[in-house]
Design a protein around this ligand. Structure first.
Ligand code: ASP
Length: 440
């Protein structure tokens, strides 16, 4: 069986729901359907979840929220009517509204977006509705209790062979509703797939898969056809937004492939994510980049002190000072008499002078130098590990476009290379590398 999760934009209108039904019915293995709350129908529309957050703020401060509620309710009623359903959603809406009081938690209120949507979609597909409060168990600290969650869903699946489950929330040990962070229905889908040992976790969204580069930088970037979980982690860490980052873990651990597909274009290839692709072959001249991403505005703090490498505690002392300012070191570089740290300029903005003077005083540095305006460009590709000469080709492509490489770091697993360039070269570097090396 397959678990199919549909995102908010795939569930925003009756038109969208018709496509979802077509997709579900096209493959009888799609038996567990996880849904988000209705998303945006057009660019300046509101997501139901956002409206529910606003409802909560109104309820908390005892401000009338009839208009917002009517906005929310009319979206469900319209979908119900246009899909030719029974109208029972109106009673559900009433019950939900009546349950809201000053004491209702924000998690409970915002979770109703998914709850109501799952009710409608279950009826529309002729599947059973299974409330996630019944099976997705959180520990008191907000982490998922995987053992009891997996066991509960497995039991429910013996009774409900075709089910629709709301994403985003579950219940705490005392029964209260708890939600994941935003976009968390992706995690619910992954947990459901892992619990049930699905053959595939499909994540249906509004794009033709994960793009190889940011379309705001590269014109019409191609979608990635295949990516490993490790590559995806690197791409997400460096800024690519696709899936909730936590959604990877349950399916990865259970060895279940994840497929990102487009609800609006169900036959497009999409992106397949697996632990590895053993059938692949590499040749030294082929293109090798799976995806390319990056982040702007970093600073390099270079600390100079004679014979730094002979001082065993120097790294620790500097890192302790940096940690004291709650700064995250993204990269470090070292030579005979200097160590350099790359840190986001935004994080540094409130504390740069204090940090520099602390390093000077407490570590007896000869000099502390700060270079701002550095961008990191991350090239991710499992094929980089195989042929030799990859880094040479990358540096020469950048050099021939007169892009100066400030720093370079080759990940020890050889699937990523992170290059530091001046902020003003950021976009050009991405375009040059995409045009030269992105897989076709
Ligand atoms: N509806 C929630 C949100 O907008 C959760 C989700 O869609 O995954 O963040």
């Amino acid at each position: 069986m397959k678990v199919a999760k549909f995102g908010g934009s795939s569930l925003a209108s009756s038109e969208a729901l018709k496509k979802v039904k077509e997709i579900v019915e096209a493959d009888t293995e799609r038996r567990v359907i996880v849904v988000s709350a209705p998303g945006k129908r057009f660019s300046d529309d509101n997501k139901v979840t956002d409206l529910l957050y606003i409802c909560h703020a109104h309820i908390k401060y005892k401000v009338k929220y009839d208009d917002i509620w009517n906005d929310i309710a009319s979206r469900y009623i319209e979908m119900d009517r246009e899909c030719g359903l029974s109208g029972s959603i109106e009673k559900e809406l009433e019950k939900v509204r009546e349950s809201f009081s000053k004491k209702t938690s924000v998690d409970e209120i915002v979770s109703r977006g998914e709850y109501l949507n799952a009710k409608i979609i279950a009826e529309y597909l002729g599947f059973d509705f299974v409330d996630s409060a019944e099976w997705l168990h959180f520990n008191a600290d907000g982490t998922v209790d995987f053992d009891s969650t997996y066991e509960s869903l497995r039991e429910l699946y013996t009774v409900h062979k075709k089910m629709v489950i709301p994403g985003f929330y579950g219940s705490l040990p005392d029964g209260r509703i708890h939600t994941f962070t935003r976009g968390g229905s992706d995690i619910t889908g992954s947990i459901a797939a892992a619990a049930l040992g699905a053959s595939m976790y499909e994540n249906w969204t509004d794009v033709n898969g994960i793009l190889m580069a940011d379309p705001k930088i590269v014109d019409n970037p191609r979608p990635i056809k295949r990516v490993t979980f490790a590559e995806l982690r690197d791409l997400s860490y460096m800024g690519a937004e696709v899936l909730h980052p936590e959604a990877v873990f349950p399916v990865r651990e259970a060895g279940i492939p994840l497929y990102i597909k487009n609800t609006g274009d169900m036959n497009s290839e999409g992106t397949l994510i697996q632990e590895s692709f053993p059938d692949e072959t590499f040749d030294a001249n082929s293109k090798f980049i799976t995806g390319i991403t990056g982040k702007k505005h970093y600073s390099i703090i270079t600390v100079t002190k004679n014979r730094i490498t002979e001082d065993l505690s120097f790294h620790r002392r500097i890192l302790e000072i940096i940690e004291g300012y709650s700064l995250l070191v993204e990269h470090t570089f070292q030579s005979a008499d200097c160590i350099a740290f790359m840190i986001s300029s935004e994080q540094l903005s409130g504390c740069l002078y204090n940090l520099v003077s602390d390093i000077q005083k407490k570590c007896g540095a000869d000099n502390v130098d700060v270079t701002e305006g550095v961008s990191l460009v991350a090239l991710v590709g499992r094929k980089m590990a195989a042929p030799s000469g990859v880094s040479g080709r990358i540096l020469s492509a950048l050099g021939s476009h007169r892009i100066n490489v400030r720093t370079i770091e080759y990940g020890s697993d050889e699937i990523n290379i992170i290059i530091g360039v001046a902020d003003e070269h950021f976009k050009e570097a991405i375009r040059v590398l995409y045009d030269s090396f992105a897989e076709e």
